[in-house]
Ligand binder design. Structure first.
Ligand SMILES: Cc1ncc(COP(=O)(O)O)c(C=O)c1O
Length: 363
């Protein structure tokens, strides 16, 4: 969709990346670290001071303790962390429960490792998980359940009740969890992010995935990290070591200083909530319908009052004829389910959101 947006000079609200910059302070810090000669391989686990700073952050935010040497690893983005976690534990014939719609890197990573994705769909209209549906597909071959909160593409969030239901489901089993929490700091309307780490019955079996890219408007840096209990982290590292060995050194050192000095991630929810509200104000008088996103930087718009076209066709036509690019949500399902919903990324400057809103209101 980004290529199509470029070709037609459309406003690109399709791909999930901010069009505003990283904090200049952080950029200067990276530059400083490069000039200071920190340009060679970092340790495989990641720079120790960064791991320590992240453990402190987990304790401050969620009241949980992780060991900086044994239970956290810096990665080259959330995607690599997800791939490494799946590769560490999934063997030929293992079943992995995937809640759909799902971020696009999950299923290929499961299949490349010989695993079998088993699908459960989120339930409209708020795109929440029906835990009975999950229970029905659990078998003796279930190895992993993958969850994602706040959710891409649906913008929904899991509640404390969801976490308790999941905890009940896996109790007494060997099922592991991969919890994709890359949007942990982007959650709206006074809700609190529910990390699996707060639930002992989940934390003991979970790989938790985070991304510096989402938190610091730096998706192109491809930096992330993974928390897991010692036994799981030992397996994770066996894989991580031979996929990338280690991740960008100067950025890790810059992040140490930045995280220690600033908790600006606390302002991220407010910042993105204003963006969501601004975008929704622009499209309020359009023929699109919406339920405000609860988290992430994606807003769904329902176009069922405009056309009966398939979402894939309409997303293309909207780009070509109306000059706004989005992502059709059916592509996040293994068998396209057409909910007549398009996903728009509102991590954009207000002028761009305003222009997009004007175009959408003309329809
Ligand atoms: C739900 C989800 N998980 C993981 C990622 C990947 O994060 P990274 O860019 O750090 O690899 C993304 C990026 O869009 C995402 O939306």
């Amino acid at each position: 969709m980004s290529a199509l947006a470029n070709e037609h000079k459309a406003i690109n609200l399709s791909q999930g990346f901010p069009n505003f910059d990283v904090n200049p302070k952080l950029v200067s810090l990276v530059n400083e670290k490069m000039k200071a000669g920190l340009n060679q391989y970092a340790p495989m686990q990641g720079v120790l001071q960064l791991r320590e700073a992240l453990c402190e952050k987990m304790e401050k935010l969620y009241g949980v303790q992780y060991h900086p040497d044994k239970e956290v690893n810096i990665t080259s983005g959330g995607t690599q962390a997800i791939y490494s976690a799946l590769t560490a534990v999934v063997r030929e014939g293992d079943e992995v429960i995937v809640i759909e719609p799902a971020y696009d890197c999950y299923v290929p990573a499961i299949e490349l490792n010989g695993g079998i994705p088993v699908y459960v769909q989120l339930k409209a209209p708020n795109y929440t998980i029906d835990w009975n549906d999950v229970k029905k597909v659990i078998t003796s071959h279930t190895k992993v359940i993958m969850i994602n909160t706040p959710h891409n593409p649906m913008g929904s969030v899991m509640t404390a009740n969801d976490m308790r239901e999941l905890e009940k489901l896996v109790k007494g089993t060997n099922i592991l969890i991969i919890s994709d929490e890359v949007y942990e700091h982007i959650i709206f309307d006074g809700q609190k992010h529910e990390s699996v780490c707060k639930y002992p019955g989940l934390a003991e079996r979970s790989f938790i995935i985070y991304s510096f890219g989402k938190t610091y408007h730096a998706t192109g840096w491809k930096m992330g990290y993974c928390f897991a209990p010692e036994n799981l982290m030992a397996e994770f590292r066996k894989v991580h070591q031979f996929i990338v060995f280690t991740s960008n050194t100067p950025i890790q050192h810059a992040l140490v200083d930045y995280i220690r000095e600033s908790s600006d991630y606390n302002e991220l929810s407010g910042f993105y909530q204003s963006k969501r509200d601004f975008f929704l104000k622009q499209v309020k008088n359009s023929r699109f319908k919406f339920i405000p996103a609860s988290g992430s930087y994606f807003q769904l718009l329902d176009y069922s009052a405009i056309t009966t076209e398939k979402d894939t066709d309409y997303a293309i036509r909207l780009t070509k004829e109306n000059g706004v690019a989005s992502i059709p949500t059916s592509v996040f399902y293994h068998k396209p389910i057409d909910n007549k919903l398009l996903r728009f990324c509102f991590a954009k400057t207000d002028d761009l959101l305003k222009k997009a809103g004007e175009k959408l209101c003309e329809i």
